[in-house]
Design a protein around this ligand. Structure first.
Ligand SMILES: Cc1cc2nc3c(=O)[nH]c(=O)nc-3n(C[C@H](O)[C@H](O)[C@H](O)COP(=O)(O)OP(=O)(O)OC[C@H]3O[C@@H](n4cnc5c(N)ncnc54)[C@H](O)[C@@H]3O)c2cc1C
Length: 381
């Protein structure tokens, strides 16, 4: 089932250049997404949502990214979190059912995981989580790259509890936008993915209610169902976004090849130039290999398959292969399209900048390779 109509996607594409140039959050796109029910795409019908599978949403995210990469990456964070809630719900873990209920009502969830210099990512945190008498927690720390920062109404956070009798524990919670002690800086000015508005979020004794503190986990590598669900939804939906960007690059390269002509070839279109053909074909071939992988892994999540620890290897591999295929494909398309692609007004030049962001998002290539090495070689001695 599709939620995003072609007409919507055309409107998103027509606005994407201005959002990027002006470094503005795509509020108009989000209004349309909300109205269409896209924020509840993964929310089951009994919660008032659209009940799409992860496989279907992964397809939608490719189409959305092809129209507006930053809009797709920003809403990805919300989709990931609703996807996590869905996976847990299917396992009869109802700790995040409130996410499904609230997403169906139009609340927008962002994720504040990243912290400067915290390369443990989900397995550690520099943010302090101090327990309160009523079961809630008070969070103090600085989160970076919080996509959706002008628009989120709910923020998923986590921090380290170092004072409880069973400490240390990583404590996950969801806070609301009007909670006291949240400061959002205006510091997002990046090379690409500019309209995601991933500003720094400062938390100063921000209270999370007891009924919104949903997990306490030992620090360090963990196969807790929450962590596995985050990994699965994150890596699959991220792979979709970057694949969508590259698919659009191929479309643009084809248009360019048909529109440009060659004096050397007596006025024949560039689409008859063997070098141009080879580059565009190489780009398409790289992406052809990603679709079946995306479909397979999203289908396994939908089916509730239990691959145990092997999931980590499979999922980080998918993300790294998808991003590297997308970057290769966009690069080939830029080369096939000539000087026009070098202008800032060119959609392809924006895709070239946007696709680079995939290198910085987890899992990066080095950490993915160490995950695979651990799976096939075992721990280092
Ligand atoms: C487009 C985009 C969207 C993203 N959206 C989100 C999101 O919604 N939520 C989320 O949680 N994450 C998000 N991320 C963040 C991402 O997951 C990574 O955390 C981020 O790319 C930084 O990772 P890093 O470890 O490579 O950077 P780091 O090396 O940690 O660098 C990040 C920043 O911290 C500074 N820094 C590094 N080490 C230190 C130190 N020891 N002390 C002080 N400062 C230091 C660096 O100078 C830099 O400014 C997004 C990333 C991108 C590119």
């Amino acid at each position: 089932m599709a939620i995003l109509s072609d007409a919507m996607l055309d409107r998103f594409r027509s606005r994407a250049g201005a959002y990027d140039r002006e470094n503005r959050f795509p509020f108009e796109d989000f209004e349309e997404l909300k109205k269409a029910g896209y924020l509840a795409a993964l929310v089951p019908e009994q919660f008032g949502g659209k009940g799409l599978s992860l496989q279907e949403v992964a397809e939608e995210q490719k189409r959305l990214a092809a129209a507006s990469a930053a809009t797709a990456l920003a809403v990805n964070m919300h989709l990931i979190w609703t996807g996590v809630a869905l996976v847990l719900n299917r396992q009869s873990d109802h700790s995040l059912d409130f996410v499904l209920e609230e997403a169906a009502r139009g609340e927008l969830f962002a994720l504040a995981i990243s912290e400067a210099g915290n390369d443990l990512v989900l397995f550690g945190s520099q943010t302090q989580a101090v327990p309160l008498d009523d079961g809630g927690y008070e969070y103090t720390g600085t989160k970076i790259f919080t996509s959706l920062s002008p628009a989120w109404s709910r923020l998923a956070i986590f921090g380290m509890d170092s004072t409880s009798p069973d400490a240390p524990k990583l404590v996950h919670a969801v806070i609301e936008r009007d909670a006291e002690g949240i400061q959002i800086l205006d510091d997002w000015d990046t090379l690409g993915m500019r309209a995601t508005s991933g500003n720094t979020t400062k938390l100063s004794k921000v209270r999370a209610r007891a009924d919104r503190v949903h997990r306490r986990i030992d620090p360090g590598p963990s196969s807790d169902p929450l962590i596995l669900a985050i990994f699965a939804n994150f890596e699959i939906l991220l792979a979709s976004v970057y694949t969508g960007i590259a698919l659009r690059a191929v479309e643009l390269a084809i248009e360019s090849a048909k529109a440009r002509t060659s004096s050397r070839a007596g006025g024949a279109p560039k689409s008859s130039d063997p070098d141009v053909r080879r580059r565009i074909a190489g780009a398409a071939m790289a992406l052809d290999g990603i679709h079946p992988q995306l479909e397979k892994f999203a289908g396994q999540v939908d089916a509730g398959a239990d691959l145990g620890d092997r999931w980590f290897r499979e999922l980080v591999g998918l993300k790294v292969r998808a991003v590297s295929a997308a970057q290769y494909a966009v690069n080939q398309c830029v080369k096939a399209s000539g000087g026009g692609a070098y202008f800032n007004r060119s959609e392809l030049s924006r895709l070239y900048r946007d696709v680079l962001a995939g290198s910085f998002q987890p899992s990066n290539e080095d950490s993915a390779l160490s995950t695979v090495a651990l799976d096939i070689l075992g721990p280092m001695t």
